[in-house]
Write a protein that binds this ligand. Sequence first.
Ligand code: PMT
Length: 400
Amino acid sequence: MANIVIGVTGSIAAYKAVDLTSKLIQNGHEVKVVLTDNALEFITPLAFQAIGRNHVYTDTFKEEDPSVISHINIGEWADLIIVAPVSANTISKLANGIYDNMLLNVLAANTKPVLLAPAMNVHMYEQPAVQRNMKLLLDEGYQILDAESGFLACGYNAKGRMANVPDILGYIEDFLSGRENAPLEGQKVVITAGPTREALDPIRYLTNHSSGKMGYSLAEGFKSLGAEVVLVSGPVKLAPPEGVRVVDVVSTEEMFEAVRQHMDADIGVFAAAVSDYTPVSFSEGKMKKTDETDNLVIELKKTQDILKYAGHNNEGMYVVGFAAETDDVKNYALKKLKDKKADCIIMNDVSNPAIGMNSDDNEVTLLFRDGSEKHLEKASKPALSRKIIQELLEHTGRER
Ligand code: PMT
């Protein structure tokens, strides 16, 4: 059984939050309720206190228990926070980092999953600012149980009504039982990330500017959906994602050997910036500058193409490659899709320093083998990874 916080904001649907509290208590959960001042215009704390048998919080500065700071303690206590109903006002404040009441302070200090159930007039719901702010919150990892169409208190028959209580309850129970969160349970995903280093001598090597952020974000995204993730990583300065098996490699050859050990994966995502060439010979001692040689020529040979190997030698792996291009991006990406026998190529323009290699953000287009494509607007790599994974799952048919 879980610890659940219900936040209630100013909407006529606030009365439904009493029913939700009651149903959660009946299901054996413990519930704490936080009301905004606007919610108090519609409903009293006593209604929730009588049902939940817990203190109801309304004011950041009214500390009943001196041993804790309530707006921090509540989030630490919770397994899940639900804001139902959430008004246009609270959505917009939350999306813009305005924390001027108890509920918003609880959310500011919170690290637990949050479910938002909007309720408002249809025109408020359709406001570009409200839509934009909901999108921002989705990108930041908030879950939104979309409003329904139906009779609204303002007299319209339109979209804006809070999702009904059984649906919210079903969503919560699904979430708590892990079903909602683990659609990839039992699936194995192998991911390559970061650069490779091709050694010239004991102290010098050929490499590139890949930071590994894209591949690591994808690893976290797949892990959060319940997949078993093997992350084959070139040398990067990132912390290993929790619960992910990281295989550290340096050269393309090592990366290839590591991937070959995991060809049984259901999904392979090749986000590493792999060196296409490696020195023909390795100098055991430090290469010396000589008086005779002004222009040094280093002979290189092709490396093993890991993505191509996976595309041509898999037994059912869904193979996803990246295409890092600076010009004629789509044509090169389409050629890679075909030559490497990938199921999907994710193309990014690495000539733009604001996205792609060694930046926090990226903007990509997914090209699928069936000819379809999907552009995903610029977003942080973690947020973009969630969207990439969603698109991939829709194509692999693994979506719940
Ligand atoms: O690491 P970040 O700083 O976050 O940057 C992310 C990224 C720009 C590196 C990433 O989004 C990306 O585009 N990765 C692929 C980079 C690349 O090497 O692209 P490519 O077009 O040269 O190669 C095409 C595909 O073949 C890639 O999936 C690559 O991993 C794979 N490849 C290439 C050569 C090789 N020998 N083996 C491979 O597997």
